[in-house]
Design a protein around this ligand. Structure first.
Ligand SMILES: [Zn+2]
Length: 204
């Protein structure tokens, strides 16, 4: 039985991390751990961490790294991560990367998946292609089907194939979001790459 161990998926928003993660989940039967999903699940289930996060978000503030880290730590204690797991969108900051580094070292002795080498995958897509992918996206507000005017157009332009609802988009805000996300992601990726390189050296 293949035990892939911990896998990090890194990349700008819209680069396809979620899609790649789902393929790896199917291939290896290991769970995808997305911090966005974790946050929503903790809030929905009313866990102590979720209640704290909800209060912070209701004040319009960002959930701090320490809280996100704790949610990841709790999730990684679940038995389904024994053979490995895919971290999707985490670590997102240097503080999270340092925390993960420390946790992998601390748990290498007693959690099988943690002692396997860490694999970091950085997904990179050409900026213009990424822009097309994001600005071309159209959502059906009724059945939530996602289209793309370039790569997956509906049969009738602007309307859902399923029930015919008018599709929605927000290309300008997305374009702005992408620009700032790319500006932030590039230096962060460089920093993360050097950290990850040192993790891999120390684990040889
Ligand atoms: Zn629809």
């Amino acid at each position: 039985m293949i035990a892939p161990g911990p896998i990090l998926l890194l990349g700008a928003p819209g680069v396809g991390k979620g899609t790649q993660a789902k393929e790896l989940v199917q291939l290896w039967g290991i769970p995808q751990v997305s911090t966005g999903d974790l946050l929503r699940a903790n809030v929905a289930q009313g866990t102590p961490l979720g209640k704290t996060a909800k209060g912070i978000m209701q004040r319009g503030e960002l959930v701090p790294d320490s809280l996100v880290n704790e949610m990841v730590a709790v999730r990684l204690q679940q038995p389904d991560t024994a053979k490995g797991y895919i971290l999707d969108g985490f670590p997102r900051t240097l503080a999270q990367a340092h925390w993960l580094d420390g946790r992998l070292d601390a748990t290498a002795c007693c959690e099988p998946a943690q002692s396997l080498p860490l694999v970091a995958v950085s997904i990179q897509v050409d900026y213009n292609q990424l822009l097309r992918r994001i600005t071309g996206r159209r959502n059906c507000p009724v059945c939530q089907t996602i289209y793309n005017v370039y790569s997956k157009p509906p049969q009738r332009a602007g309307f859902c194939d399923v029930e015919g609802a008018a599709l929605t988009s927000e290309p300008m805000t997305r374009r702005r979001h992408l620009r700032s996300a790319c500006a932030h992601t590039l230096p962060r990726l460089r920093q993360l790459s050097s950290i990850i390189a040192s993790w891999e050296d120390s684990r040889k």
